[in-house]
Design a protein around this ligand. Structure first.
Ligand code: IDP
Ligand code: MG
Length: 137
């Protein structure tokens, strides 16, 4: 067990569908803490840096177009093993495979619009939190 911080995004599809409250409710119900929260529309450069690991993937252009298309909600979430635990609360990347009861399993149907982002490792969390909330965590 370790106290961790992770970057959670409610992506533009989640914000447009009015699911910000739903996502926050699930975070709080689990027992995690929202340490910081911001509604913002990402600049292209920030989106490209955030998704740098996917630069060579065929869907990279679409991914950056989508994540910059409208406001998202960025959060720092903390708690016991928050990184893996939030990934479980989110569900599998592809909503077709996401377990019912998870956010993606309950609210999404296609991989390109899967409602949420969560850091996938301590290294990613540190990098992503610094990108979204520089100098704060
Ligand atoms: P993750 O969000 O579960 O960590 P990643 O593999 O890091 O998943 O991919 C980042 C995002 O890129 C996904 O959440 C999804 O929206 C999108 N994505 C991943 N794979 C595909 C694909 O094959 N086609 C279209 N979009 C994809
Ligand atoms: Mg990822």
């Amino acid at each position: 067990m370790s106290d961790q911080k992770t970057l959670i995004l409610v992506k533009p599809d989640g914000v447009a569908r009015g699911l910000v409250g739903e996502v926050i409710a699930r975070i709080e119900r689990k027992g995690f803490t929202v340490e910081a929260l911001e509604l913002r529309t990402l600049e292209r450069s920030v989106a490209e840096e955030h998704y740098a690991e996917h630069t060579e993937r065929p869907f990279f252009g679409e991914l950056v177009d989508f994540i910059t298309s409208a406001p998202l909600v960025a959060m720092c979430v903390s708690g016991d093993d928050a990184i893996v635990s939030m990934r479980n609360i989110m569900g599998a990347t592809n909503p077709v495979e996401a377990t019912p009861g998870s956010i993606r399993g309950d609210f999404a149907t296609i991989i390109g619009e899967n409602i949420v982002h969560g850091s996938d490792s301590p290294e990613s969390a540190a990098r992503e939190l610094e990108l979204f909330f520089p100098g704060r965590f």
